[in-house]
Design a protein around this ligand. Structure first.
Ligand SMILES: Nc1nc2c(ncn2[C@@H]2O[C@H](COP(=O)(O)OP(=O)(O)OP(=O)(O)O)[C@@H](O)[C@H]2O)c(=O)[nH]1
Length: 338
C-alpha cells in the first residue's frame, strides 16, 4: 500500500457489555489476510479489554490511555494513530474499539482533523447492541440511542437470549432510529466478516454540522472502581460478589487468580445482571494476580464498600488450600526456575 493511500478504519461502538470485544475477536481471528491494528479504549483505570482481545500475530493491539476516547483522551487517539501510520509496516486496516460510554461521532470527527484527514478513510461505524438489554438501556442511557443513530451497520448481538418477537421488536426500533443502516443479527458476534470489513465510506460529512468539536465531559456521568491483588480469590465467594453487585453497576470484568485453579487465568464478566466466569490461558511467565474493574452511574456506589466486599472473597490459607495457594515468590520459584 502506498504512503498516499488512506487506510480504512472502523469505529466499533456499543454500550457497556454489548459484545464489542466479542465481535472484534471474531474479526481478528477470521481469514481475511489483512494486517489489522486495533486501538482499544477501556473506560476504567486498568485496561482489561486489551488482554481480552485475542491477538493474532500479524495484528497489533494498542492500548489507549485511561479515559473516554471521545473527550479526555482525544489527543492520545490522534497521536497513537499517527504513530501507527508512520511505521514502516503500516497496518492495512485500523479498528477503534471505543469504550461503551463514548460518542462515536466525536471519535469519528477526530479523524477529520487536518493531521489525519487525508491519511484515514473512515470506512464504517459499527454499533453492537445487546438484544436482551437494549430496551431497558435505551430508557436509562441517552448514549445508547446516539451510538445506534451514528452507525451504518448495527449488529444485534446476543440473540440467543431473546425470543423471535423480542428480536423483531429490537430490529424495528433500530430501523426507526437509523433507516439507512444495515442490521445484522448475531450470537457471540458471529456476523459475516466480509460485510463488516468491506463496507463503503462512512458519510461523516452528514454529521459534521451536527457536532461540536468541543470535548464532551461525560466522564463525569460515570464512576469506575478497580481492584488489584496478588492474592487468590475463592471462586464461589467471587461469583457471589459479582452477583451481588448493585444494579447501578452496568458492567464489571476482570482477569483473576483463583485458589481452585491457580495455574490458569480466570475471566469474570458481568453485563447487566448476567455474570459469568471461565478459565482462560495459563499464567505463563506472568505471576498470577487479579484485576477487576467496574463501571456504574456516577456516585451510585461506595468504593470502600466494594473493596471490603472483594477483600472478603480472598482465599484464607486453610490447611486444604495451602498447597494450592502460592505466594508470588513461591510461584516464581516453582514455575520460572524450572
Ligand atoms: N449469551 C451471550 N453472551 C454474549 C454474547 N456476546 C457476548 N456475550 C458475553 O457478554 C459479555 C460482554 O461481552 P464483551 O464482548 O466483553 O462486551 P463489550 O461490549 O466489549 O464490553 P465493554 O467493552 O466492557 O463495554 C461477555 O461475558 C461475553 O461473553 C452473545 O451473543 N450471547
Amino acid at each position: 500500500m502506498s504512503e498516499a493511500t488512506p487506510i480504512p478504519m472502523m469505529i466499533l461502538t456499543g454500550f457497556l457489555g454489548a459484545g464489542k470485544t466479542t465481535v472484534l475477536n471474531r474479526l481478528l481471528t477470521a481469514q481475511h489476510g489483512l494486517k489489522i491494528a486495533v486501538l482499544v479504549n477501556d473506560f476504567g483505570a486498568i485496561n482489561i479489554d486489551a488482554q481480552l482481545v485475542v491477538g493474532v500475530e500479524a495484528n497489533e493491539i494498542v492500548n489507549l490511555a485511561n479515559g473516554c476516547i471521545c473527550c479526555t483522551i482525544r489527543e492520545d487517539l490522534l497521536s497513537t494513530t499517527l504513530e501507527l501510520l508512520e511505521r514502516p509496516d503500516r497496518p492495512e486496516y485500523i479498528i477503534v474499539e471505543a469504550s461503551g460510554v463514548s460518542d462515536p461521532v466525536s471519535v469519528a470527527l477526530t479523524f477529520r482533523l487536518p493531521a489525519l484527514r487525508s491519511l484515514i478513510n473512515l470506512a464504517a461505524i459499527v454499533a453492537v447492541v445487546d438484544a436482551e438489554r437494549i430496551q431497558e438501556q435505551r430508557q436509562q442511557i441517552v448514549q445508547v440511542g446516539d451510538q445506534i443513530a451514528a452507525a451504518d451497520i448495527v449488529v444485534v448481538n446476543k440473540i440467543d437470549l431473546v425470543d423471535p418477537t423480542q428480536q423483531q421488536r429490537v430490529i424495528n426500533w433500530i430501523q426507526a432510529i437509523v433507516p439507512r443502516a444495515r442490521i445484522l443479527t448475531a450470537e457471540y458476534g458471529g456476523v459475516p466478516i466480509d460485510l463488516l470489513l468491506g463496507i463503503g465510506q462512512y458519510q461523516i460529512d452528514l454529521l459534521v454540522d451536527r457536532h461540536e468539536f468541543a470535548p464532551q465531559q461525560h466522564d463525569e456521568d460515570w464512576q469506575t472502581w478497580h481492584y488489584q491483588t496478588a492474592k487468590p480469590f475463592t471462586m464461589s465467594s467471587l461469583q457471589h460478589a459479582f452477583q451481588q453487585l448493585p444494579n447501578s453497576i452496568f458492567r464489571a470484568k476482570g482477569i483473576v487468580y483463583l485458589a481452585e485453579a491457580p495455574e490458569r487465568q480466570a475471566i469474570v464478566q458481568l453485563a447487566g445482571k448476567r455474570a459469568s466466569l471461565q478459565l482462560g490461558e495459563p499464567w505463563g511467565a506472568t505471576p498470577p494476580h487479579s484485576k477487576i474493574v467496574v463501571i456504574g452511574r456516577s456516585q451510585s456506589f461506595d468504593p470502600a464498600q466494594l473493596t471490603a466486599q472483594f477483600d472478603a472473597c480472598l482465599a484464607q490459607p486453610t490447611h486444604e488450600l495451602r498447597e494450592e495457594i502460592l505466594t508470588v515468590a513461591e510461584w516464581r520459584r516453582k514455575y520460572q526456575n524450572q
